[in-house]
Write a protein that binds this ligand. Structure first.
Ligand SMILES: Nc1ncnc2c1ncn2[C@@H]1O[C@H](COP(=O)(O)OP(=O)(O)OP(=O)(O)O)[C@@H](O)[C@H]1O
Length: 396
């Protein structure tokens, strides 16, 4: 008999394309109504408004239900989860990703046969260049060989700037020429981390001369205003600033340009995605669920922009006790769950060490101030993994 249980069983085979979980398990299916004619109407609550993959979910629901000979018609009404429901859905996805990992599975396997309708082949909309935007210049262009990597986090304080600084120095130690753009306009801190204080100077061509410290070239808002001074720029001004940091700086030839992005998924991250189409992304999170949850959103913007996510770095992962045990004071598993969600590697787990903070406060990233510390070794290891991956990609 055609009843709700049978409909729900069929829908267990429809997977959320981003969370890789059944839409039933994620509690996305609501208000299933079966009419005597065999018409099934149901609501699907999407995790985020304007979810770019809603058409895929709708197509898959139609596809699985229409395989039931007693179902004559399907009507899908889309709605959006509230904040609490969304948190639960993400939590469920994280737990499941962790479970899969524990069981040695690489990912949950949807067993829905993709329908062959043309609408199913529709991808998440690409965030394209802005109208009126000219061709990308210099290091922003695809033709330029500098590898641009944005360092992003969902929320502030997870160590994104610390990681940018140390990765830059670590890549330099591995023989690469590295620059940093401190695009964390409202919370710029790279000058402090590198002990650079001079105000901006320009060369004869009127280009800004980057700071050069510990082998790394660096530009930051700190060259123009004091740290802590409020900056009230909005969208277009920020975009212009970003462009200037790329094009109006006397950059030497660089192998890597790291961009310390502002936390969250705001204008700057989008601007980079639009204007520097080759830019890749590294996601930073702490092991806590909430940091991981918000980092997911940062990654989601990258995915929509078809930006490559190189991997995830988990910071403040553990404290190493004197007898060698690891204490997970901020919980555990967030970085790996996030990496599993995006199907990218967890590049490394950085311990919580006072030497990391001291190095940042004193203008010497820990990789310089305490190269034998555990964190320094982890930073070098992560830098080597990134470099290896980029070189492999370049080799085809
Ligand atoms: N692994 C670590 N061990 C100890 N302290 C750390 C570690 N990582 C970062 N910190 C410290 O945590 C604080 C926040 O780090 P940081 O400024 O890098 O975060 P952020 O994500 O860039 O923050 P925001 O975006 O708000 O600027 C700093 O004082 C930093 O020295």
């Amino acid at each position: 008999m055609l009843d709700q249980a049978r409909v729900m069983r069929a829908l267990e085979n429809v997977y959320d394309p981003e969370l890789h979980q059944s839409i039933v398990a994620l509690n996305m299916v609501r208000n299933v109504a079966i009419e005597p004619s065999g018409r099934v109407a149901l609501d699907i609550a999407l995790t985020v408004e304007g979810c770019p993959l809603h058409q895929k979910i709708t197509d898959d629901v139609n596809h699985v239900l229409r395989q039931d000979p007693e179902i004559t018609d399907v009507a899908v009404n889309l709605s959006v989860m509230n904040e609490q429901e969304r948190k639960k859905a993400f939590q469920k996805a994280f737990e499941s990703a962790q479970q899969n990992r524990a069981q040695g599975a690489t990912s949950a396997k949807p067993n829905v046969t993709p329908p062959t309708t043309s609408s199913n082949t529709r991808q998440a909309p690409v965030i394209g260049p802005l109208p009126g935007q000219g061709p990308a210049e210099g290091m922003m262009s695809d033709a330029n060989k500098t590898v641009v990597i944005g360092i992003a986090s969902g929320k502030g304080g997870v160590g994104k700037s610390t990681i940018t600084a140390n990765l830059a120095v670590a890549l330099n130690k591995l023989g690469a020429r590295v620059g940093i753009i401190d695009m964390d306009i409202y919370g710029f801190s790279q000058g402090r981390m590198f002990g650079a204080k001079d105000k901006a100077r320009v060369n004869e061509q009127e280009k800004i001369i980057p700071w050069q410290v510990h082998g790394v070239y660096l530009v930051s808002m700190g060259m123009f205003v004091e740290e802590g001074q409020a900056i009230v720029w909005r969208g277009p001004m920020l975009g212009k600033m970003m462009q200037q940091f790329f094009t109006d700086v006397a950059w030497p030839e660089l192998d890597y340009l790291l961009i310390d992005l502002p936390p969250g998924t705001g204008d700057v991250a989008l601007d980079i995605a639009q204007k520097v189409r080759k830019a890749k992304l590294v996601l930073v999170t702490t092991p806590q669920e909430v940091a991981t949850y918000v980092a997911h959103r940062a990654g989601d913007v990258a995915k929509r922009a078809h930006q490559e996510i190189i991997g995830v770095i988990e910071n403040m992962s553990y404290v190493l006790c004197p007898h060698g045990d690891r204490m997970n004071i901020f919980g555990s598993g967030g970085g790996k769950a996030l990496a599993d969600l995006f199907r990218v590697p967890l590049l490394g787990q950085i311990p919580l060490e006072s030497t990391v903070r001291e190095g940042g406060d004193e203008g010497e990233p820990v990789v310089v101030s305490d190269p034998e510390s555990l964190s320094s070794h982890v930073f070098l290891d992560i830098a080597a993994r990134i470099k290896h991956r980029i070189e492999e990609e370049a080799a085809g």
